[in-house]
Design a protein around this ligand. Structure first.
Ligand code: DAH
Length: 360
């Protein structure tokens, strides 16, 4: 076999076996590139005699054309194959069901929802939000709120205490949100209108008690704030929260060290058919504690009781969430069971507003 036909066979075989366009390009460069085998042959033509050049030139050029043509058709085949592979890889079955986005499947916990609802209602009434730490001093949780040292009222709340420090003071996990009243009065001069939602802790555990739960405190301090205002605020709140036209409240005398007088508030309800309804019926349900802020508390917090007075209340958030949304076991709130949350939770973009509806 002549050198030329061997070169032709080898080159055509290489073209045929090039697996992709890059490999084919390598074959092209090796044959027809500047330093390619066929280009080298063409370069020899210049040194030949005119006679030789006639025969050899025609043969080498024919080989060049053949190789160029083989390269071209192989390239077309490879291009088509590459396109087919890409299309196969990107194939999309438009008949498949769509996958729910995180926004669709995520749920807002009922506690967060109720906190947002409270915030919407009280903001509309001109209240701001105040917060305090979960780890509180004995002084703010008890003493400044008029619990005398050693007084049995301290035992009313099953407190989680930290070990006492060298100076005898001890921190605790706040047992109620009332210390935020103290912090607010110490920081801001009256008039004051705040709500203080947050976590509180007591050593208690059964179907309606968990060691950590949530409260919202309300505090109004002004020159003439009185029980009539308290009653109006609570009534407006309860109507808005339970999304009913009317609520009937009953104030029962009670005792809290930080209020005088103190009251517990019941709302009228019906439990017909095992379903709780507000604004109707002849049952009563205890819902919150409240009262006029005790002059000692005002004094302890730098507010002159001869000039200012005010009222406060405390509500269990978990409890009103259970009442509004019909859960029976408080412990489930904190079990992080995704099935429970997808049943009782709220869609992330349905933010409660008074105009748009709280729970819709
Ligand atoms: N701090 C009380 C508790 O946890 C609730 C409470 C009652 C708060 C009366 C108040 C209030 O502000 O006036 O049991």
């Amino acid at each position: 076999m002549s050198d030329l036909s061997q070169l032709e066979n080898e080159t055509l075989a290489a073209i045929e076996s090039a697996a992709d366009e890059a490999a084919l390009e390598n074959v092209r460069v090796a044959a027809l590139g500047k330093k390619g085998s066929i280009s080298a042959l063409l370069a020899t033509l210049g040194k030949m005699s005119p006679e030789e050049r006639k025969g050899e030139g025609a043969r080498i050029n024919a080989l060049k054309d053949k190789v160029a043509e083989a390269l071209g058709s192989r390239k077309a085949v490879l291009k088509e194959a590459a396109l087919a592979a890409r299309l196969a890889g990107e194939a999309l079955d438009v008949t498949l069901p769509t996958r729910a986005s995180a926004l669709e499947s995520g749920r807002i916990h009922p506690i967060s929802q109720v906190m947002d609802e409270l915030t919407a209602i009280f903001s509309d009434m001109g209240f701001s939000i105040a917060e305090g730490p979960d780890i509180e001093s004995d002084d703010f949780n008890f003493t400044k709120l008029n619990f005398p040292p050693g007084h049995p009222a301290r035992e009313m709340q099953d407190t989680f205490f930290f070990d006492a420090k060298a100076d005898g003071t001890r921190k605790l996990l706040r047992t109620h949100t009332s210390p935020v009243q103290v912090r607010t009065m110490l920081k801001n001069p009256p008039p004051i209108r705040v709500i203080c939602p947050g976590r509180v802790y007591r050593s208690d555990f059964d179907q309606t008690h968990t060691p950590m739960f949530h409260q919202v405190e309300g505090l109004v301090i002004d020159r003439q704030a009185h029980m009539g205002h308290l009653k109006w605020v609570l009534e407006e709140f309860l109507k808005a929260f339970f999304e009913v036209e009317h609520v009937k409240m009953r104030f029962r005398p009670s005792f809290f060290p930080f209020t005088e007088p103190s009251a517990e508030v019941d709302i009228q309800c019906s439990r017909k058919g095992g379903e709780m309804r507000f604004g109707e019926g002849d049952d009563w349900l205890e819902i919150l504690g409240c009262g006029m802020v005790h002059p000692n508390v005002l004094r302890n917090c730098g507010v002159d009781p001869d000039e200012y007075q005010g009222f406060a209340w405390g509500i269990g958030i978990d409890r009103i969430a259970m009442l509004k949304y019909g859960m029976h076991d408080l412990r489930a709130f904190f079990e992080a069971d995704a099935r429970w949350l997808s049943h009782y939770g709220f869609r992330p973009l349905d933010l409660p507003t008074l105009a748009g509806g709280l729970s819709s």
